[in-house]
Design a protein around this ligand. Sequence first.
Ligand SMILES: Cc1ncc(COP(=O)(O)O)c(C=O)c1O
Length: 400
Amino acid sequence: MTVTAEVGRWDALFATRTRGDVGDGIASVLALLGVPDVISFAGGFPDPDTFPRQRVSTLLEEFAATDEWSAFQYAPTRGLAGPLDALAERLEALQGRRPAERELLITSGGIEALELVGKTFLDRGDLVVIEGPTYLGAIQSFRRFESKLVAVPVDEQGLQVDELERRLTAGLRPKLVYSIPDHQNPAGVSLSTERREALVELARSTGFLIVEDVAYRELGFSEDALPSLWSLGPDVVVQAGTTSKTFFPGVRLGWAVGPADVTAQLVAAKQTTDQCAGALGQRLFEESQRRGWIDEQLVRSRALYQRKGDLMLEALGRSMPEGARWTRPRGGFFSWLTLPAGTDSAELARRAAERGVGIVPGSLFFPDDRGGDSVRLSFSLVDEAQITDGIERLGSLLRP
Ligand SMILES: Cc1ncc(COP(=O)(O)O)c(C=O)c1O
């Protein structure tokens, strides 16, 4: 007997919160990119050339040859002691503050850290301030808890903290303010030091929790990182981190660090997601950190992404028409392109796909109806040799 799936069969049973159109946007864009030979500025994936294949193989052989068992066993929910210590050491070296034992937990990627924060803090109708534009995964994650999202604009200096302050003065009362202060996804901008300090002060005076996402923090093209929000305000910040862009995403590893009473709740929430982040990935990360391999990998990754980013910016300068402008990232994976007046980014994405170029329309990075005049361009995964050609094809669609 053949059983065919009936579309819509389960709709009436889906939870109310899952019946919306969340996720359709990105699916329709990715469908356009199923075309072979596309030059894609769409995905935000790391370049596989950065993956530490040989070193992972060395470590696996070592684990197999010795009496290592922890890599193969369940781990405590907060994380294995060794990897927690290695991560704490890394945070101290890079952010100037070592988390206390009860302040840190290892998660299954940065997205899980956001999910655990949502699970812990958000009831239906609760207010979350996000940056406009922001990471699509965060929009989707916070929406799953039926929260209300309010996007405060970003400019070249990151989140407009003075605008947030105005809205707070006018009565806005968010539980959470989510920010990506370094080389933001999707806009490629970083929050200035003054604004970081002001944001932390606002959290203290108003009583919201800052959720700091540091996914691209270690991928600055120069060494001089600005102080993390968590280092400035460990009493009012929970930081969500990931090793996906600095190690490799196949291990699905990240962290949350914040006030001990907050992370205790995150640990409790994690017991019903995956119970613990995979021990194998934790041990691979620990050994790589202790041997200095993560830092070595980062030197090469930063150089690669800077080269690609520079190529893309040069190409934009040559190919974009009057009226187009774009951000100049100093790290990370993205530049945000604002189109000449009257150009619709969704329509442009469709036409670009027909010409073999993948881009993501800006509207996907807002919770409201903004972003129709912008697109996100990612330079992380695109083949270096194709960057100039891809941007020129895009420019040709925009020039009169
Ligand atoms: C801003 C931001 N946060 C979090 C993540 C999720 O990272 P992970 O792979 O660790 O879940 C990403 C991935 O693209 C991201 O861009």
